[in-house]
Design a protein around this ligand. Sequence first.
Ligand code: DGL
Length: 267
Amino acid sequence: MKIGFFDSGLGGITVLSEALRRLPNESFVYMADTLHAPYGTKTPQEVCGYVKTLVQTILKEEVKALVIACNTATSIAVAELRREYSIPIIGMEPAVKPAVEMNRANGKRVLVLATSLTLKQSGYAALVSRVDDHGSVDSLPLPELVQYCEQLNFDRTELFEYFNRKLSSFDLDIYGTVVLGCTHYPFYKEILKELLPSHIQLIDGSQGTVRRLKQVLSERNLLASPVKAGQSQEGHVTFLCSSQDEAYVHKMERALEIYTEHEKIYL
Ligand code: DGL
């Protein structure tokens, strides 16, 4: 059986890439909601409806666990999905807790980048108030970055200009960590590393999510057994999208290649 992943578009591929590395014996089905992307600019009711329809389609594939590789969809729909389905459902939330802990000793602030819908949810406010006991977390939505990513636009000049404009009102010296709280954003890690002061660390939720996925699969005895020598299954992914668009399926394959190459720099 496969592990299901979904996002509004290409963003969840940043999480899938981590899962492929950490769970090389597994097969995956990744679905993008191309009919409704982006989610971050829609209403909670709309996103909840889109997610429920998408999940019904993914579950037609034989899926043993589901990863909501999208912070926005998690914040809106995870509770409802867990009520409806009995398979393990792993969600994502911005990595605010580790970011606050990283800066406890140095007194630096944390900047959370995420969609405006994620940042507006009561779940986000609750997360921050739970982990941030001295008001050190700020946030900034970057809706255009989702569009850049969907176009696989990595034009350095354009992106430097974009980030500089968005960050112009922030005194970056006072920040110790930037949280990438939308799964599309890690595609721009490299550019952000170059652009931000060198003391700033970047953190995203993909490692924690895949660690949790592995733990849940192991607890329920659902981990795939190692593939036999000579029949490597590594990288076995079926890509689907709600608009059933062949060109977008190729785009997802290309995005996975780009991101996997990109990640090698950090290993
Ligand atoms: N990748 C998604 C997230 O993690 C949402 C992007 C969007 O569709 O606006 O929040």
